[in-house]
Design a protein around this ligand. Structure first.
Ligand SMILES: Nc1ncnc2c1ncn2[C@@H]1O[C@H](COP(=O)(O)OP(=O)(O)OP(=O)(O)O)[C@@H](O)[C@H]1O
Ligand SMILES: O=P(O)(O)OC[C@H]1O[C@H](OP(=O)(O)OP(=O)(O)O)[C@H](O)[C@@H]1O
Ligand SMILES: [Mg+2]
Length: 286
């Protein structure tokens, strides 16, 4: 039976469970439940603290986990790499992990040298500092890191930035390139086998991710414009083209990236396509 770790609280928990439900798996009904058995799919889910998930997966006690890329990178067992390996990016829970300092100074990365730096991600930060050849005193906190400078424990911080609201509230500004561009990811133990059971769960989640990132576009198109229309909507392999009762016209169906959909629809309409419709894809296998 496949054993899978899912965040039990925090920024990723709800979306991770919703994605698994969409992919056809049983999820918990009681928010306090720590395990859910899904015998039909031969999977058991374990609901764990987000920070602990990479530890269970890296040790091999659990086969797969959903966690943040920043947390996965922070779990690295040694200098040679992370103990867990990303199998799939899940397209939600986006954030950056950044250095920040008090507003009013034009902070540079070189200013980190010799400073006290508070963070809840000491390994991720330690690796970044070593890579840059900077020596700083890393102070490990569990959370609410943004307040540590005000309280006198640190000079600078490194933390998760979502909307940026928490930094602004504490008069902090981010500086330097992000240490990590994070999102929710599916991980397994580095170097472990990609078994058929793991690949099946990955494929199901991939189907949900694609369904959320693409729309299906349908339109009617004069045959004379078909080549130009297909160039706008090439689809994944190639679009479906079906005859219409009116022999000068065809119906076209193609998947387009959701983020480009409105622009593509405008361009199709300008070209002379009619009845341009967009619809959601619920899930898919590609
Ligand atoms: N405001 C946010 N926006 C986007 N992603 C976030 C945000 N806060 C946290 N995350 C992401 O969620 C993941 C886990 O962080 P989360 O805050 O949920 O757990 P935690 O800090 O370990 O637990 P807790 O905050 O409950 O003590 C990380 O990958 C992080 O990047
Ligand atoms: O840029 P924002 O949208 O404001 O989000 C960023 C904040 O969200 C997370 O905090 P969380 O609520 O998890 O509390 P924590 O610091 O105790 O982990 C993160 O650690 C930042 O503090
Ligand atoms: Mg947090």
């Amino acid at each position: 039976m496949l054993r899978v770790a899912v965040p039990n609280k925090g920024a990723l928990a709800e979306r991770a469970s919703a994605m698994l439900t969409e992919a056809g798996y049983r999820q918990r009904h009681e928010p306090r439940d720590l395990t859910v058995l899904d015998p039909a799919n031969d999977v058991e889910f374990f609901f764990l603290r987000p920070k602990d998930i990479a530890i269970y997966v890296a040790s091999g006690d659990l086969d797969l986990g959903i966690t943040g890329r920043d947390l996965a990178e922070d779990s690295g067992a040694d200098e040679n790499g992370d103990a867990v390996q990303e199998m799939l990016a899940l397209g939600f829970g986006g954030s950056t992990f950044r250095y920040a300092g008090p507003r009013g100074t034009d902070w540079q990365i070189s200013d980190l040298e010799g400073k006290r730096l508070a963070t809840a991600y000491p390994k991720l930060v330690g690796k970044d500092l070593r890579r840059r050849g900077i020596t700083a005193k890393v102070i490990r906190l569990d959370g609410a890191v943004e307040i540590s400078i005000q309280l006198g424990v640190a000079d600078l911080i490194a933390d998760v930035v979502g909307s940026g609201r928490t930094l602004r509230q504490h008069d902090l500004v981010p500086f330097g390139e992000p240490i990590c561009n994070s999102e929710a990811v599916l991980v397994h133990r580095r170097g472990s086998e990609e078994s058929a059971a793991k690949l099946q769960l990955k494929a199901r989640l991939q189907g949900v991710v694609f369904a959320q990132q693409y729309l299906m576009i349908d339109y009617d198109c004069p045959r004379s414009l078909l080549e130009k229309a297909i160039a706008l909507t090439p689809g994944l392999e190639s679009p479906t083209v079906a005859p219409l009762a009116h022999e000068d016209w065809v119906a076209v169906r193609s998947m387009v990236p959701r983020k480009d959909a409105n622009q593509t629809m405008d361009e199709l309409a300008a070209l002379g396509a009619k009845a341009v419709l967009a619809s959601d894809i619920r899930f898919c296998r590609l």
